[in-house]
Design a protein around this ligand. Structure first.
Ligand code: C2O
Ligand code: CU
Ligand code: CU
Length: 525
């Protein structure tokens, strides 16, 4: 009989018998650069691309504001969305919309979001990229149980075995002090063992932080500052989301069926919740805050056709906000949870041109993402300055011999019950602390992989120092909270531990890997 992973952990066997596989032994991606995961084919006829208009998520209005903070309310609930034309898809979504409403905050001003859980399962909200006190960070076991107490039975923490900590019965106020620079953050579900399916069902939205430094720049703004959440999904014949959960109620056995433990790849590309949408633009510069919110899929963004002159993409920001200076890219590789804030200059094209945003890592439908149609002439009002930001202490931050260096190996490990994803051979254990960096300190962390793993730290932002002992890549520019590490490689990053003391997680942002234990704690002391 199969022992559940939870039970397996409780028996205390996992750590002792875990056996790391050698590099490459478990690699399953077809090409080294591709996504780690397996395609889940839809059972429905896929829609024609570029037929629906790009939706932009609504910006949430505060319910009230006072001298200390702006207060918001979000209800997590079941809703039905028309994602595929003519069909209804059940979504689990913030305010019933997928992506969730965008929250816009000012740097230095507190945001309080009351999340009410009307879903049938416990939830956790994490502000990804946020410098957030630990009790508001969305620690994986800090759950908000459903309103009315339904669905709180299994593993709610009352039994004492699961280790769950109920922070709110029905609702919780998440406090975000926003003591950080302007950046494109996002919020998403982070429930222990069930993040993959809960995000897949729709629990993700943007949280954009603005500040005066950014306001003062002549970058495209207003309607020309557009968040793009890219994610892949698969659909059943009736239009519902397909996902290979072992238990689709998400209240029993966690995890996905064995065939998908490398990661779940969908065959429909959604941008802001719409399949292969199109957007009409004027022949001017536009700023796109691109987020890869996919569970496991990686993309390499490209424009087709490329502009006759200049680079297709001028990057102005990364996970942690503005770059010091813009970086030009011909293509942009983007792993789950990364953000690239880019300017595309449509004046390089004739009015009437259709420009497709392609995915160089996809084939068939997954090679397309969305399309821009340049429909009108307009006077250019924005520019990309040569200098964008002083970036805090980024440039001055250098590795020194005195800095602690830690190495973390992200590998699949074999246990008595099959395989799971581990860090240094160990599956996630809320009680185990993998590192204790001091508040205000900087450390060098090294991530070593077997297959592709996008490694993400909560709280701490970092600078990518090197890959394979060589200098970092153009895509590594700026403050990052996620670094994509290809199969069998090593990336070294310089992390700053600032903001708060307490326990936070770091993990692989392939959500199937995360749910299957590829997560660990660090405690800022
Ligand atoms: Cu976006 Cu811990 O994750
Ligand atoms: Cu995060
Ligand atoms: Cu991984």
């Amino acid at each position: 009989m199969k022992i559940s992973r939870k039970r397996f952990l409780r028996l205390g066997l996992a750590g002792s018998v875990a056996l790391a596989l050698p590099f490459g032994a478990s690699a399953c991606s077809s090409r080294g650069d591709d996504s780690t995961g397996n395609l889940l084919p839809s059972g429905v006829r896929l829609p024609e691309p570029f037929r629906v208009q790009l939706p932009v998520p609504p910006v949430l209005e505060p319910t009230r504001s006072d001298a200390n903070a702006d207060y918001y309310g979000i209800t997590q609930r079941v809703a039905h969305a028309e994602i595929l034309p003519g069909l209804k898809t059940e979504v689990w979504a913030y305010d019933g919309v997928f992506p969730g409403p965008t929250i816009e905050s000012r740097s230095g001003r507190r945001t309080v979001v009351r999340h009410r859980n009307e879903l049938p399962v416990p939830t956790v909200v994490h502000l990804h990229g946020g410098v957030t006190p630990p009790e508001h960070d969305g620690y994986a076991t800090d759950v908000v149980t459903p309103v009315g107490g339904h669905g709180a039975g299994h593993g709610s923490g009352h039994g004492g075995h699961s280790g769950l900590n109920v922070v709110g019965e029905g609702a919780f106020d998440y406090h975000y002090p926003n003591g950080q620079r302007a950046a494109t953050l996002w919020y998403h579900d982070h429930r222990m063992d069930f993040t993959g399916p809960q995000v897949w069902r729709g629990l993700a939205g943007f949280h954009i932080l603005r500040d005066e430094e950014e306001d003062a720049l002549p970058l495209p703004d207003g309607e020309k500052d557009v968040p793009l959440m890219i994610c892949d999904r698969s659909f059943a014949e009736d239009g519902s989301f397909l996902y290979p959960s072992v238990d689709p109620s998400l209240m029993g056995e966690p995890g996905v069926t064995d065939a998908y433990m490398q990661g779940v790849l969908g065959d429909v590309i959604l941008v802001n919740g719409a399949p292969w949408p199109q957007m009409e633009v004027s022949n001017t510069k536009h700023r796109f805050r691109i987020l890869n919110a996919s569970n496991a899929r990686r993309y390499e963004l490209a424009l087709d056709p490329e502009p006759g002159e200049g680079s297709p993409f001028v990057q102005v920001g990364s996970d942690g906000g503005l770059l010091g200076a813009p970086v030009a890219h011909r293509t942009i590789p983007i792993a789950p949870s990364e953000r690239f804030d880019v300017v595309i200059d449509f004046s390089k094209y004739e009015v009437g041109t259709r420009v497709t945003l392609k995915n160089r890592l996809g084939d068939g439908g997954t090679a397309d993402i969305m399309r821009f149609r340049i429909v009108r002439n307009e006077k250019e009002e924005s520019t990309v300055p040569h200098r964008l930001s002083d970036m805090g202490e980024f440039e001055a931050l250098e590795e020194t011999a005195a800095m602690p260096t830690r190495r973390f190996r992200f590998t699949q490990s074999a246990g008595g019950d099959g395989t799971m994803w581990t860090i240094n051979g160990k599956p996630f254990d809320p009680e185990r602390i993998g590192a204790r960096p001091a508040l205000g300190s900087a450390e060098v962390w090294e991530f070593v992989t077997d297959v592709h793993h996008p490694v993400h730290l909560h709280l701490a932002h970092f600078k990518v120092l090197s890959r394979q002992g060589r200098r970092s890549l153009p895509k590594d520019a700026g403050w990052k909270d996620t670094v994509d590490v290809p199969p069998g490689q090593i990336a070294r990053v310089l992390c700053r531990f600032e903001g708060y003391r307490g326990k936070y997680v770091f993990h692989c942002h392939n959500l199937e890997h995360e749910d299957m234990m590829m997560m660990a704690n660090f405690e800022v002391v």
